[in-house]
Design a protein around this ligand. Sequence first.
Ligand code: AMO
Length: 439
Amino acid sequence: MKSISIKELSNYYDKEVTISGFVDNIRNLQWVQFVIIRDDTSKVQVTIEKSEESNKEMVELIESLPLESTVKITGKVVESPKVKLNGMEIIPSSIEVTSKSDEELPFNFKDLNNVNLDTRLDYRFIDLRNDKNMLIFKIQSDITKYMREFLYEKEFTEIHTPKLIGTASESGSEVFEVKYFDDKAYLAQSPQFYKQMAMASGFNKIFEVAPVFRAENSNTSRHATEFTSFDVEMSYIDSSQDVMDLEAELIAYTFDKISKKYKDKIKEVFNMDIVVPKLPFPRLSLSDIYKELEERYNYKVDESEKTDLTTEAEKLCYKLSKDKFNHEFLFVTDYPADKRAFYHMRDENGLLLGYDLIWRGVEITSGAQREHRYEEVVKNAESKGLKDDVKFYLEFFKYGCPPHGGFGIGLDRLTMLLLGVPSVKESQFLFRGPNRLNP
Ligand code: AMO
């Protein structure tokens, strides 16, 4: 008999079913054994009466079975209001042990309060057995599902670009070099060049959800050396405003869906409130932000630092956006172009036609209108000392390429902020950082 998931059991009262899962708990009493089985949808109690002669073998098996072993159980589902766990139980007719666990686990994953994060990450497969940790990835999965759903409805095409590349796209210093036969290659820091290639190929709207790699030696709560980037690009835009509008709509749609499905659960488990953001999202220029931060909160920084948001200014943007706009998100625009990537379009004053999106004090996105005019993009590349390396990229703009723009959202950061977990180490399925390549 094929196993059904535990969550579905209430559709099978008085029927014989088979379930599979981990042995979550055993209470071995004088007359009865209560065995709790867990799969990734729910838990259920299996009740074994010791007095029943036909249960003898199962009783013996359970007596010596270590917790966290996996089993396949066939039995009858019975509605039992007196059972606290979902008001039902299974009366088994057979139990098969499919894998026996060691008696002693590396740590108690049901109470992680005193377990060091490194130990948890060393045994991430055990750590993820924790209900709360598993929930993070159920929700993350739905975040990408709803984001995809929104884009598919708008007729975006999902593409898959190479992660082994010949040229660094974001900036030379943050790239991992790998041996490539007798030559060298790099791991893609973003699909930037290839999403733009799609525009030059005539795709109007594309997106990609994929890993990107950054050789950043930073040990902060929001940096990883490999993370999942949700990248979007579209053609025939009039300005970067169109890009911001689309991103705001995408986030609002996704949060609405997540809120409908998980609002109460997120409150109960993570003590976080989901606020479905209103459209449009507020926008402020970098220089206006520094003015407001000084006026409102007496936050002062040296002029030389005002070419980008400082970490502290990023944090204060959350407060500013809430105080000024009653909104959690803030688009920050008008960065000086010389500090940013060469592929963005600039205006005549040297300001970038792009933005960062700040949410809850952290940058979750960069986006922009791209420079699609061949002569201009060649000039921008040369000003950054790039030429032969990006020759293949510059050619994209030589044979007709529509005006276009797009953005990249860091999925790990988005998940971290949504659920209020302390670090991307916990919102990544398996964290990769300067000091962590295993498991
Ligand atoms: P950017 O470099 O700003 O832009 O990256 C986009 C988003 O990715 C996330 N992010 C990170 N997350 C975890 N660890 C890191 N080390 C890390 N670095 C960045 C952030 C960030 O906002 N090509 C452009 C996007 C575009 O213009 O389309 C790009 O890569 O959430």
